[in-house]
Design a protein around this ligand. Structure first.
Ligand SMILES: [Fe+2]
Length: 351
């Protein structure tokens, strides 16, 4: 990998790192093979330099070492197996095949990953690798499983939640491929009305496939919000099935941490902030409070980089309701991020 001046970029070069602008909005993902148009765009955006892959990165030997390295983690092994099975299931859905048995196998493979808080870190780092609908559904299923576990639900319920979470966007398969990688915020007008029908289409597909309740209902309601601002029915509070509320939270979490062009990839620290605010509006506090409590414990001790480039360690959260931590910087000074709202955490690493 080498850093090169923007004027030295040539079509065909491969980005080694994701390129963001000064506001951390993603312009191009790592592994993008640049064309002429994209290079002109980078110049117009006044990006001074980028990291591209050099001959060694592209060599067969290096690729073999990297693939061995990534296969070495048990999380990656588990996630790769899930990914293969998920792709098969989605292919079956398109052709109207039976998916019930492979779904049972898939959920059995997802559950061990949902049992480990470390999956939050692995998935944060994995977000940029592939943003297909299948990977979105896999991540939402894992997050929903983690949230359900942190709510101390029983295993039968967790299994149903993971199943519904994996299938939550199944209705999108009836849409044109251009719809598949977009979120609700990307649609307007008649396109938005069409997008909203994926909840009902998904419920009907699951009923046709003989999935028992409450899975079809949870899928139908996964865009409903506690304050009635969701869709398709705009129902609120107790009228929303508890499983749908967990999937809504897992979906919101994934939208936050995903790396996709035009968006700022946020960290789990930002998710705490979002959940702390949303528990009084869109999301259910019964989901948010255990999530916030457990994830805070998990993040203490992690190494972070702040927006201004300074590095430090998360040492504690000052109060139970504080959504941001206190950081000890490398020079020993402490910063309470709740009092320094212009500083945010842009990267983190668990020790
Ligand atoms: Fe959806």
């Amino acid at each position: 990998m080498k850093t090169i001046d923007i004027d030295a970029l040539k079509p065909g070069m491969t980005l080694a790192k994701t390129v963001t602008n000064s506001d951390f909005i993603v312009l191009f993902l790592a592994n993008t093979v640049l064309n002429e148009k994209q290079i002109v765009l980078l110049k117009n955006m006044k990006i001074p330099s980028v990291c591209v892959k050099d001959e060694f990165d592209m060599s067969k030997l290096y690729q073999q070492v990297i693939s061995l390295k990534s296969k070495d983690s048990s999380f990656n092994r588990g996630f790769n197996k899930i990914n293969k099975l998920a792709n098969k299931i989605f292919a079956e859905i398109k052709t109207g095949g039976d998916i019930k048995s492979p779904i049972i196998m898939l959920v059995a493979r997802i559950l061990p990953l949902a049992d480990d808080a470390g999956s939050i870190n692995y998935l944060f780092n994995l977000g940029h690798m592939d943003n297909t609908l299948a990977q979105h559904c896999e991540r939402v299923a894992i997050f929903a499983g983690i949230m359900a576990k942190w709510m101390d639900l029983d295993w039968a319920e967790i299994r149903q939640i993971v199943t519904a979470a994996f299938l939550h966007d199944i209705g999108k398969f009836k849409f044109p491929p251009t719809f598949l990688h977009r979120t609700v915020d990307d649609f307007q007008g008649t396109e938005l009305q069409l997008y909203k029908t994926h909840c009902q289409i998904g419920r009907n597909m699951l009923r046709d496939l003989n999935f028992a309740e409450p899975i079809p209902t949870a899928v139908y309601q996964h865009h409903e919000y506690m304050n009635g601002s969701g869709f398709p029915s705009g129902i609120r509070g107790k009228d929303i099935h508890p499983f749908a509320k967990i999937i809504a939270a897992a979906d919101a979490y994934d939208a936050l941490i995903s790396e996709r062009p035009g968006h700022v990839k946020k960290t789990p620290f930002d998710a705490i902030n979002l959940f702390a605010k949303s528990q009084f509006s869109r999301l259910d506090p019964h989901v948010c409070v255990p999530f916030i409590t457990r994830i805070k414990d998990h993040l203490i001790g992690s190494h972070v980089i702040l927006k201004d480039g300074r590095k430090g360690t998360v040492i504690f959260y000052p109060k139970d309701f504080a959504s941001l931590p206190v950081i000890r910087l490398e020079d020993g000074t402490q910063i309470n991020l709740n009092l320094e709202r212009n500083l945010s955490i842009v990267k983190y690493e668990i020790t």
